[in-house]
Structure formats: C-alpha cells, structure tokens
Design a protein around this ligand. Structure first.
Ligand code: AHM
Ligand code: MG
Length: 336
C-alpha cells in the first residue's frame, strides 16, 4: 500500500490558503485557473507531432478551422483562461509587444500577470521539452482602473507567486508563492496534477553545467576561464557534466532537481544575452531562490534589477548557490 500523500494541485493550493487566515482566496483562484490553462496547452502540445499525419496541414484543420502556431495558441489560451476572473488589472505576454488590457466591462482586480506562453518553441518539431512560464505581482499604480506599464515593470523580488509548466516526458507544473517550491505531475488518465515534488530544495552545488557552448568565442574572458576550470576539475571525484537542452524551462527544471548551473551570458554580439528579464529570468529566479539557490546577471541579483522595458534582456547565471558564487568570482577576477 502506497504511503505517499495523495495531493492534487487544487487541494494543495486550498490547504496552503488555510495557513494564511488573511488570504482572500484570490491568489488560490488564480493558481487554479493557471493549472487549468496548463492542462489545455499540454493537450495541444502533445498533439503537435500529429499535425502532418491526421490532416492538419496548411492553415486549416479538418474542421475548416484555422490552425495556429503553438506559441500563438498558448498565448491566446492563457489570455482567454485568465482575463475574466476579475483578479487582474493588466497582463503582458512575451508574444505581445505591449501590455494587454482586460476586456471592457470586466471587473478590474489587484493582480498583474506576466507570462511567456511557450518558451523554447523552436524545439517543438524535434519533440524536445518546452514550457510555459508565469509570474504574478500586485498592482502598484494608484486607483481601481486598468493597470499600467509601471505595474508590469516591477523588480522580481516583488513577485507574489511564480511558476512554470514543462511539457516533457510528463507535464509538470512547478510553482512557489514565496514559501516553498512544489512540483505536480499531470496524470493524463484523469487530467489532474498530483503532487510529485514536495518542498523542493536545490542542492548547494552540483555536477552539471548548462550553457550554449557554440558561443564560446564571443564569451567574456572570465566565463571562458570558469568553463575551462570545470572541465579541468572533478566534482566529488568525477568529471563535470555538460547538459544543454536549449529550452530554459527544461534546463532550469533539471538544475532545480539535480543542482548545478544554467547560464545564458552576455557576449560580444549581444551584451545582454538572449533571455528576457520580465518573462523568463524573474520568475525562474524567484523559484530557484525560493528553493535555496541563486540567480545573478554576473554582478547583480536578478530579482533586484529594475526592468526598463517589457522585453528587455539580461545575462543570467542561475542554480546552486556555490556554483553561482564561483562563476561570479571568475567574472569579477577577469575584469579586475
Ligand atoms: P524563445 O523565447 O524564442 O523560445 O527563446 C528562448 C529560448 C530559451 O528557452 C533557451 O534557453 C534559449 O532560447 C536557447 O537559446 P540558444 O539557441 O541561443 O542557445
Ligand atoms: Mg521565451
């Protein structure tokens, strides 16, 4: 007889709410709704490989409906799932240049939702893991009207909750509301997320480093030195391991579970790297820090950076505390 707790995502969220008597239940409602959106997107992602087989070719499917690119589908699905609960004053998505306002006549709430609907989408055709990332803040603009850009450009430490869904060999949803990080695996048979990773803590150091080494010749000297150091040294008697999926959600998820470091640095071509502060780096950093890890741009803690624009990029070094401290040291010494 199994002795593990049988805990669904809704039950976990509601039990978490009971620990906070001051809670209004709004955040719980948001997280539950995000869980539902995740299931719908997961279904669509799992069908991706069938597109050419069962007749979904061109822009129309067999029912004569428009077939959308998956990242656009995920973007629209999240908006549809989240825009009518009355919880948000504004939203923003990596797929949209500007902030997204709530539909007219919709009740305006006190929260802000930021998301990357389908990160790593260039991996879809090769059946490689991709993910959705979300981040929730409280509004800072005055009044009860529609939210503003200012609400979306808050430093990451102000997040109320953040999470991601990785669509891999299973679909896993990981979230934190600042106290503990929890992972839930989707049971496809009855369509519910079940607690599979309770109170996740990232190891203090790890054996795996993760970076696109194809950019080596554009890297700063300190980073080259760091990678050479790892390659020439052992971790607990064994060589370090390089792993790079090319989907941030999947690479950071592995880092959260196994420890080590994921890096997307700035380089000679792109001083700020590739990944977005608001949609990708802040939520992932909030999760990793809540699990006991660290995230920095090489000098500054990611969560303390004040975003200046919605789509701004930042270098990122994220993962186990000791590994992030070590790369920072290499970067500092090569500059100084
Ligand atoms: P996307 O938002 O266009 O999907 O790009 C973000 C993705 C990340 O998931 C991943 O870490 C990175 O791009 C990989 O970039 P590269 O191919 O330069 O290594
Ligand atoms: Mg992305």
């Amino acid at each position: 007889m199994a002795t593990r707790r049988f805990m669904t995502l809704p039950r976990h969220i509601l039990e978490g709410e009971k620990l906070h008597p001051e809670a209004t239940g709004e955040l719980s409602a948001i997280l539950l709704q995000l869980g539902l959106a995740a299931k719908i997107i997961s279904l669509e992602v799992n069908k991706a490989g069938l597109v050419d087989i069962i007749g979904f070719t061109g822009n129309e499917n067999v029912h004569g409906e428009q077939v959308k690119k998956l990242d656009i589908y995920a973007h629209e699905m999240l908006i549809r799932a989240m825009d009518h609960g009355g919880h948000f004053c504004v939203m923003a998505s990596e797929e949209d240049e500007d902030i997204i306002h709530l539909p007219p006549h919709q009740k305006i709430g006190k929260y802000v939702l930021l998301f990357d609907p389908l990160d790593g989408s260039s991996n879809i055709d090769a059946n490689v893991s991709i993910g959705t990332i979300f981040s929730i803040y409280k509004r800072i603009s005055e009044g009860y009207g529609p939210g503003t850009l200012e609400d979306c450009l808050q430093p990451g430490y102000k997040q109320v909750a953040a999470g991601y869904i990785v669509y891999g060999s299973s679909t896993i949803l990981v979230y934190t509301a600042g106290h503990g990080v929890y992972g839930f695996t989707l049971d496809p048979a009855f369509g519910e997320f079940l607690l599979s990773h309770d109170d996740i803590k990232i190891p203090k150091c790890g054996r795996i480093y993760s970076i696109n080494e194809g950019n080596y010749f554009s890297w700063p000297k300190g980073l080259k030195n760091y990678i050479k150091y790892l390659q020439a040294n052992l971790f607990e008697g064994k060589p370090y391991q390089a792993r790079y999926i090319g989907s941030m959600v999947a690479d950071v998820h592995r880092t959260l579970l196994y420890g080590g470091i994921f890096m997307y640095p700035g380089d000679k071509r792109n001083a700020k790297g590739k990944l977005r502060l608001v949609y990708e780096c802040n939520p992932m950093s909030f999760i990793i820090e809540s699990a006991g890890g660290k995230a920095t741009d090489g000098k500054i803690r990611i969560l303390e950076k004040l975003p200046e624009s919605l789509h701004e990029r930042t270098p990122i070094f994220i993962g186990s505390e000791d590994d992030v401290l070590l790369v920072e040291k290499f970067l500092r010494e090569a500059v100084g």
